[in-house]
Ligand binder design. Structure first.
Ligand code: TYD
Length: 204
């Protein structure tokens, strides 16, 4: 596929939306002729929007059902949004993708990693990002940023859950060359400059 696929990851409140917005603005300026497609998980497709509502607001969901819902959402995102855009040669940016599942469902919920990887691979037909930006913040900072906001089902998890998710992300970054870790407590503009530098290195 001729496009470039970039994903953003991190625990809740890491500042992904802000950095994605800044990156898109910069890419539009630097590559005015290139189509940029933004996506997100869960919820970017028609079916995904329904699944998102269930995932984030249903009272209690078993860990296995939760995994399957995220993967159903992802299969739709891959087939209806990501692959068509990448085939058209677009720059595609997704707010969350496969690493969210490994960090939240394997490290957070403690589901078996190799089973989840096999299932994820099935849902995505093996589509991997060219680059993943991992925004790392402490759990204390994440909880602080959440204060006063309406927390969804996942955001209501305790600190231990988020510590496991954060460690899970850092382990992925250690194992996977495509994942670059950034200190998300750094100055917002400096952070976006640093992110752009890495992004420009994968542009084709
Ligand atoms: P969302 O409101 O989109 O959060 P954020 O703005 O932080 O991305 O909610 C998505 C939630 O779902 C978030 O808590 C992470 C979680 N999640 C998983 O547990 N597994 C997954 O595979 C994905 C994509 C998200």
């Amino acid at each position: 596929m001729s496009g470039v696929f970039i994903t953003f990851e991190g625990i809740d409140q890491a500042g992904k939306s802000t950095q994605i917005e800044k990156l898109v603005k910069r890419l539009k300026k630097e590559y005015p002729d290139r189509e940029i497609v933004q996506s997100f998980e869960p919820g970017a497709t028609e079916l995904g929007a329904k699944l998102r509502n269930i995932i984030l607001h249903e009272d209690a969901i078993s860990a296995h059902a939760e995994l399957l819902l995220y993967l159903a959402d992802r299969a739709e995102n891959v087939n209806k949004v990501l692959v068509p855009a990448l085939s058209r040669g677009c720059i595609v940016i997704s707010d969350r993708y496969i690493d969210s599942t490994v960090a939240y469902q394997c490290s957070g919920r403690v589901l078996d990693r190799s089973t989840v990887l096999t299932m994820t691979n099935f849902a995505t037909s093996g589509l991997l990002p060219d680059l993943t930006i991992l925004l790392d913040i402490t759990v204390e900072e994440s909880k602080k940023r959440l204060l006063g906001l309406n927390a969804d089902r996942l955001e209501q998890e305790n600190n231990e859950f988020f510590e496991q998710v954060r460690s899970g992300y850092l382990k992925i970054a250690h194992d996977e060359k495509r994942v670059h870790v950034f200190d998300a407590m750094a100055d917002i503009d400096k952070l976006s400059e640093d992110i752009y530098e890495v992004v420009s290195s994968v542009m084709v």
